[in-house]
Structures are given as structure tokens and as C-alpha cells.
Ligand binder design. Structure first.
Ligand SMILES: [Zn+2]
Length: 295
């Protein structure tokens, strides 16, 4: 993705890696045959020919305003043990990709995560001399107060979460909190709110209890960073195919509302996992489609 400009705000995609996953891994109950029905409009960029696995991307958004350098979502991270996931012990040049757009880890002012899942907070920390240390030592890590509270209770009690959630929490969330770098905020917390710029968390609940996107406006242009409210363009036709570890019904409603909010408007959708991550939601012959940004 080339740098995108919204008034004075610059947004870059910091790539981590591409992968393809079985439809049922992403959307419980959905089969390759179900996906096959949509192959004609999605094409080989989005559905792997033959297997019908769904192609996705892991990347972060670097947002530079007049005042701050902000990283939204920190992907999976290197060296994280996750044998059940596609991001097991990655060695990806994520920080090199950040440097390529002119930013060193020390220059990041805010880290914002859409939610507290391992593929969105991995680079919160990195392994140094056998210890997980904050990757962005001068940043405030802004976390939804409700999201943090829910996960802390769930990890401690083991209720409502699978056991494999504990290790990423210990490696990627707690080191930041223990060093005093975390700030717990409301789900509509604004980082910029001074005309003509606005950048704030936007509640998109359901995928997790307090999952949030971002709303960005500068001058006449605006965008919604959707986080995991949507994972793959196939969901524009099937918003009921949903990935939610908290409340699938709420997540489905959130996605329907998001589509209704964006369709045929100039609001750009900045997704977390589409292989071409940004574009516009449009109606085409009675169907909901995505007009991908020309890269
Ligand atoms: Zn995700």
C-alpha cells in the first residue's frame, strides 16, 4: 500500500506477512464448498485456487498526524510460541518495514490495539536477552479499559477463554503494563480532537467484548479502521460468516451496521486483514462489494 493522505494525516501500511487459512478456521462451520460459490467475484487474489483457503494479510497501520506518530495494531510479533496458529515463531522484518517509511521504534508516541488478541498485540514486545521487553519504549500503549479488564479476569479465572490465550497475554500485554507504559481508556477515546483533525477509538463490539476500530477525519476526508470487525471481503455477501471469540450475534450486527455506515459513501475502510487492505464499500447490481484501492 502506498502512503495515503487524509488532509494533514499520513497513513502507511506496515506489512508483516500474508497467509491463507481454511475457511472453517476463520469462520466456524464454513466449508470450502461454501466458499466456492463466491470464487467468481473474489478471484485468486482472495481465494486460493484448489484449496479454497481464504487469503489474508497481517499488517499494522502507521498514522502520522501533525502532533503524533501512532501505530494501530501490532500484528503477531516475532518469536512468539503459537503452535496452533499461522504465526508460530515468526521471523519477519516488521521493524525493518517500519524503518522503510522513516520511523524507528523509539519514535512511536502511541500504540493502539483494536483488541487484545495475539495477532493484534504481538509487536507490543520483542525478545531481548531472553526477556520480553516493550518494542516501543517511549510510547503510551492505549488499551480499552473494558477490554483489558475482561481479559485479565478471563485469563485469571480461565472462564470464557481457551488455555492458549494465556501465554501471549503474559508475553505481549503484561510486560507493557508492568513497566507503566499502558493507559486504560474509554472505547471512544480521542488521540487527536483539534480541528481539523480527529482520531479516536470507535466501539465495534462483538469480536471481543470491547473490540474497537478507529475513526479518522481530517478536513473533508474520513476513514474507519475496522480491526477485526471484518476479516475477508467474502463477508460483504455473508456478514453472518463471522469470527468472534466473544459474541457472534453482536459481531454480526456490528458488521451489518459498519457496512450500512460505509456503503456508497466517501468514508474509506481500512481493514486489518484484507490482502489489499483499503478501499470503499459500494453497491453493485444489488450486491455489496469492495472497491479496492489501486496500489
Ligand atoms: Zn485479527
Amino acid at each position: 500500500m502506498k502512503a495515503q493522505f487524509f488532509g494533514d494525516i499520513r497513513v502507511d501500511s506496515i506489512r508483516e506477512f500474508d497467509f491463507a487459512i481454511e475457511p472453517g478456521w476463520l469462520f466456524p462451520g464454513v466449508t470450502p464448498e461454501d466458499v466456492a460459490e463466491h470464487e467468481h467475484w473474489l478471484g485468486p487474489q482472495l481465494v486460493e485456487p484448489g484449496t479454497r483457503n481464504l487469503k489474508v494479510l497481517s499488517h499494522a497501520y502507521l498514522i502520522r498526524t501533525r502532533h503524533h506518530t501512532i501505530l494501530f495494531d501490532t500484528c503477531c510479533g516475532n518469536d512468539k510460541d503459537a503452535p496452533e496458529s499461522p504465526w508460530h515463531r515468526l521471523r519477519m522484518p516488521f521493524l525493518e518495514n517500519l524503518a522503510r517509511v522513516g520511523v524507528l521504534p523509539e519514535q512511536v508516541d502511541f500504540v493502539m490495539c483494536s483488541h487484545l488478541h495475539a495477532d493484534h498485540f504481538g509487536w507490543n514486545t520483542r525478545l531481548q536477552n531472553g526477556e520480553w521487553v516493550p518494542t516501543f519504549p517511549n510510547a503510551r500503549y492505549l488499551m480499552s479499559k473494558g477490554e483489558f479488564k475482561w481479559w485479565r479476569e478471563a485469563i485469571v479465572t480461565g472462564v470464557g477463554v481457551k488455555p492458549h490465550r494465556k501465554q501471549p497475554w503474559t508475553e505481549s500485554v503484561l510486560p507493557v503494563v508492568e513497566r507503566g507504559l499502558a493507559t486504560f481508556v474509554e472505547d471512544d477515546h480521542a488521540v487527536e480532537n483539534e480541528m481539523p483533525d480527529e482520531l479516536r477509538y470507535m466501539p465495534l463490539h462483538g469480536h471481543t467484548k470491547h473490540h474497537c476500530g478507529l475513526y479518522l477525519r481530517s478536513g473533508q476526508k474520513d476513514a474507519i479502521f475496522s480491526g477485526d470487525a471484518i476479516h475477508h471481503p467474502i463477508q460483504f455477501t455473508r456478514p453472518d460468516w463471522i469470527n468472534a471469540s466473544y459474541d457472534p450475534a453482536a459481531a454480526t450486527q456490528t458488521l451489518r451496521d459498519l457496512i450500512a455506515r460505509c456503503i456508497d459513501t466517501s468514508t474509506k475502510l481500512m481493514t486489518a486483514h484484507f490482502t489489499t487492505p483499503t478501499g470503499w464499500v459500494v453497491s453493485e447490481a444489488g450486491q455489496v462489494r469492495f472497491r479496492f484501492d489501486a496500489d
